[in-house]
Write a protein that binds this ligand. Structure first.
Ligand code: PLP
Length: 382
């Protein structure tokens, strides 16, 4: 179906931070399949693990114990501080699980609290519940009746949040950086204040790290930069390095509300996706990719800030790690197109913001090359 406004480009092959189209033209890929290809394309280790797993067992269903799923759960629990994991196939599915778990947690306590507060300009997915959670009207038009139980507040406004909490409130659900909504970052102090509010009112804090998680922001999870821990955490995009896998993690006390039969997923956490995710986590650790993200982020930020001195339509760089946004005083689509002509793939975040999402193992030389290509694209705009 015609659900996507696609770029006029057919990609057929990739290697590291580069992709090639069907005519043989090469591009630096600073989209990474929308923050998915954590290790770049055709990463030799990931390729070998996926091929070996395919030759052993792709899928067996959650009727059985799956060792790689148990290992992945243990690793994510250690990394996040949240003891329990549920595996699924996408960000929307992870968020659906989080919404269901929050409601069930209060139901089990005999409480009537059900409402989840989310932020305007947020993005949480395209299923009926997650598009309702999403604080953007454009994704909702024509899909009513929508599920009830969501309230909205401006992002990064602690007073508005305080006022929105009432006797029906069960949880607050936020992205540490709004990716789709324009690369808007919450200060650590805001996230700390939200955590504090949740503690005071007995609410669950759900963080949607579908885009920001798995090293993208320079720490394994973005929430670690605010020194807080959510009650529920959702992951997907970068977790499998290109193999579809999502996860919903929760504190033990919350997770017990999901007993046998309460929730499920046929494909979720199958041997293929879990072996891919384990490889991604292993590679991040073995090759110090968090450090690389931090260093390449500094370099890319500095380069973009320099470009903004040359091109006055470019505003101040936003975001963290290798999830960076540049607001423009013009339509971003024409810059994205010109960058593509110059051999650089970048993305939009709303109509006026450029979004750059290179793989976590991008090299220093590739960042320099991308900046040169972006400069060529910007020159065409004036
Ligand atoms: C992409 C995204 C989603 C939706 O993920 P899908 O895998 O497309 O369902 C949810 N939340 C955030 C923050 C995202 O960036």
């Amino acid at each position: 179906m015609n659900t996507y406004a696609r770029f006029p480009l057919t990609l057929t092959r990739g290697e590291g931070s580069r992709v090639w189209d069907d005519k043989g033209n090469g591009y630096l890929d600073f989209i990474s399949g929308i923050a998915v290809n954590t290790l770049g394309h055709a990463h030799p280790k990931l390729v070998a693990v996926v091929a070996a797993q395919a030759a052993t067992m792709l899928h067996c269903s959650n009727l059985f114990h799956i060792p790689s799923q148990q290992q992945l759960a243990t690793q994510l629990a250690t990394l996040s501080g949240l003891e329990r994991a549920f595996f699924c196939n996408s960000g929307a599915e992870a968020n659906e699980g989080a919404i269901k778990l929050a409601r069930k947690y209060f139901f089990d306590q005999g409480s009537k609290r059900r409402t989840i507060i989310t932020a305007s300009q947020s993005f949480h997915g395209r299923t009926l519940a997650t598009l309702t959670a999403t604080g953007q009207d454009k994704v909702k038009v024509g899909f009513d009746p929508l599920p009830s139980g969501f309230d909205y507040v401006p992002y990064h406004d602690i007073e508005a949040l305080k006022q929105a909490i009432n006797k029906d409130t069960a949880a607050i659900m936020l992205e540490p950086i709004q990716g789709e909504g324009g690369v808007h970052q919450a200060d650590p102090s805001y996230l700390q204040a939200v955590r504090q509010l949740c503690n005071e009112h007995g609410l669950l804090l759900i963080l949607d790290e579908v885009q920001t998680g798995i090293g993208r922001c320079g720490t394994m999870f973005a929430f670690q930069q605010a020194s807080i821990t959510p009650d529920i955490l959702t992951l997907a995009k970068g977790l499998g390095g290109g193999v579809p896998v999502g996860a919903m993690l929760a504190r033990e006390e919350v997770a017990v509300s999901f007993g046998p039969g309460t929730h499920g997923s046929t494909f979720g956490g199958n041997p293929l996706s879990c072996s891919a995710a384990l490889t991604v986590l292993d590679e991040i650790k073995q090759n110090q990719l968090l450090e690389n993200v931090q260093n390449r982020s500094k370099q890319l930020r500095a380069g973009l800030t320099n470009l903004a001195k040359r091109f006055s339509v470019m505003g101040e760089v936003r975001g963290a790690g290798l999830l960076l946004g540049v607001p423009l005083k013009m339509e971003a689509a024409s810059v994205v197109a010109a960058a593509r002509d110059a051999g650089l793939l970048i993305l939009l975040a709303g109509p006026n913001v450029l979004r750059l999402l290179p793989p976590l193992n991008v090299s220093e030389a590739e960042i320099d090359e991308a900046l040169q290509k972006l400069a060529i694209a910007m020159e065409k705009q004036v």
